[in-house]
Design a protein around this ligand. Structure first.
Ligand code: NAD
Length: 498
């Protein structure tokens, strides 16, 4: 069986690793490869190489870094098909969906191609007589990224293009369930002309993560994953003096008002709830039907959910692939069962779905639960699977209160024909990313991505301007010319402007 190695100092290597984990093909339900799991000593080796590379990369010109980003972007286009197949094989999502994450991730590389503009500092002329002030930003050093399984290429791309373009060297610890895309990315960076050691991949589990969090040679950690681990990473890494971005889980609501185009809203809700088998941090897992919208909405959703074609992600024509592991499949099934036991109405039942010829695959069909309430587990838990719950409320105020009482605050959406209602919604809702008639409002690369409350621990969103700030630190320089003695050039008192 193929063994997926680390990528350290510009080459594939086993380093000192001997432990492995299986990498599954979720559509077949069996292992397709094994991945090495790093020991703390392997993390040391990787960080040492990245530290050495920083000595020259941290001093490289903006032109050199930008040239690499442009070349890398072209290679991502050229290898899109290959990357999409790798993602689909290990994650399970359909190929077109995998292409979608490559395109959205590539937008961050495009932003990084313009890093020279994003890094421009300010200059203030003559703040005092003969005195000017300017500021500029410098890279941190070796920075690390720890990423989840659900976007094998896009989430790492939220991090490394900006980290590298701003002059850092980057150590990625991808999810051990989907390691192969990162390996190809490492090869593409090398082909794009990135010097050895600037981009590193260390595969592993908690052992590697803990070694990263404690490592004195790492200046900053970017994490995306579930909320308990985000909290853990934030606590551990800040305790060792690192900067931390820590993005967590979600439970995203889409509110449908009675004046919405129900067919349009249901179409988008279906795609946002069941696309990628519900395994997106911006998936809509709760529809909030306001007033008279409820019955019509559920009727259309029932028809659409029942029409979803489930099968292997690699086969054209399928809308939805399997979930990532057998444990995830069981969790989804149990959540639907518990939902019905707690009083929800099971409108579409995906629990028994079998895909012919793929009986061992981790498939589970779309499920629709109506009359969900805020007390039920189906509402409270992040199921992270193809389950859409519908909560019925009477007014927009009630919908907003429901969302604001939820511990998560990643994304939300409102479907309405009323600009007034939409404006009130976006101003009052305590959520970081909001869609108006847009179900999955993932910001473009030149904005930053981040939720509120338990969906983001600490205060740093990811990519865009926040990403540039995160991976750099500022210096402010105060300069006086001429340098020879003049009025106010020396003095015993605390300096003030004149
Ligand atoms: P996860 O938290 O289990 O794993 C994320 C990373 O942490 C992986 O690299 C994993 O190896 C590591 N890890 C797991 N357990 C650990 C432990 N005990 N100690 C140290 N490290 C550990 O998440 P996942 O299942 O891979 O991904 C799904 C989760 O990610 C969902 O909760 C989803 O909402 C969230 N997510 C959030 C965003 C966002 O932008 N907010 C984006 C994508 C995914």
């Amino acid at each position: 069986m193929k063994t997926i190695e680390h990528w350290i100092n510009g080459a594939a290597t086993t380093a000192g690793s001997t432990r492995t984990a299986p990498v599954y093909d979720p559509a077949a339900g069996r292992a397709r490869a094994e991945v090495l799991l790093a020991e703390p000593s392997d993390v040391d080796t990787a960080v040492a190489a990245a530290g050495k590379a920083f000595e020259s990369w941290g001093d490289s010109s903006l032109s050199q870094r930008t040239r690499v980003m442009f070349a890398f972007r072209e290679l991502l286009v050229k290898h899109e098909d290959e990357l999409a197949r790798i993602i689909s094989a290990e994650h399970g999502k359909v190929i077109d969906d995998a292409r979608g994450e490559i395109v959205r991730g590539r937008e961050i590389v495009e932003y990084a191609c313009g890093i020279a503009d994003a890094l421009k500092g300010g200059f203030s002329d003559q703040v005092s007589r003969d005195v000017d002030v300017h500021d500029f930003r410098q890279p941190l050093g070796v920075v690390a990224g720890i990423t989840p399984f659900n976007f094998p290429i896009m989430v790492p791309l939220w991090m490394h293009p900006i980290a590298i373009a701003t002059g850092n060297t980057f150590v990625l610890k991808p999810s051990e369930r989907v390691p192969s895309a990162s390996r190809l990315v490492a090869e593409l960076y090398a082909e794009a002309g990135l010097p050895d050691g600037v981009f590193t991949v260390v595969n592993g589990d908690k052992v590697a993560v803990d070694a990263i969090l404690a490592h004195p040679g790492i200046a900053a950690v970017s994490f995306v994953g579930s909320t308990p681990i985000a909290r853990y990473v934030h606590e551990r890494a800040t305790a060792t003096g690192k900067r931390v971005q820590a993005l967590g889980g979600a439970k995203n609501h889409a509110v449908v008002l009675p004046d919405a185009d129900l067919e349009y809203a249901a179409n988008h809700l279906t795609a946002a709830a069941f696309g990628s088998a519900g395994q997106r941090c911006m998936a809509i897992s709760i529809g909030v039907a306001v007033g008279s919208a409820g019955d019509g909405l559920v009727e259309i959703l029932k028809r659409k959910a029942a029409g979803i074609k489930v099968g292997p992600g690699a086969d054209a024509g399928n809308d939805m692939g399997p979930v990532v592991t057998e444990a995830a499949r069981q969790r989804v099934i149990d959540s639907v069962t518990l939902g019905t036991e707690q009083g929800a109405t099971l409108v579409v039942d995906g629990r028994e779905l079998r895909v012919a010829g793929h009986e061992d695959g981790f498939f589970v069909g779309p499920s629709l639960l109506d009359n969900v309430t805020a007390e039920m587990s189906a509402y409270r838990d992040e199921i992270f699977g193809p389950v859409l719950g519908i909560v019925r409320v009477s007014t927009l105020d009630e919908a907003i209160a429901l969302i604001n009482a939820n511990p998560y605050g990643n994304g939300t959406a409102v479907f309405t024909g009323s600009g007034e209602a939409a404006r009130r919604f976006q101003r009052e809702v305590k959520v970081g990313m909001i869609g108006v008639n847009v179900p999955i409002p993932v910001p473009m690369s030149y904005y930053s991505f981040g939720g509120w409350k338990d969906s983001l621990i600490g205060d740093s969103p990811i990519h865009g301007p926040a990403g540039v700030r995160f991976y750099t630190r500022a210096k402010v320089v105060t300069t006086r010319w001429p340098h020879s003695a003049g009025p106010g050039a020396s003095g015993f008192n605390f300096p003030t402007s004149s």
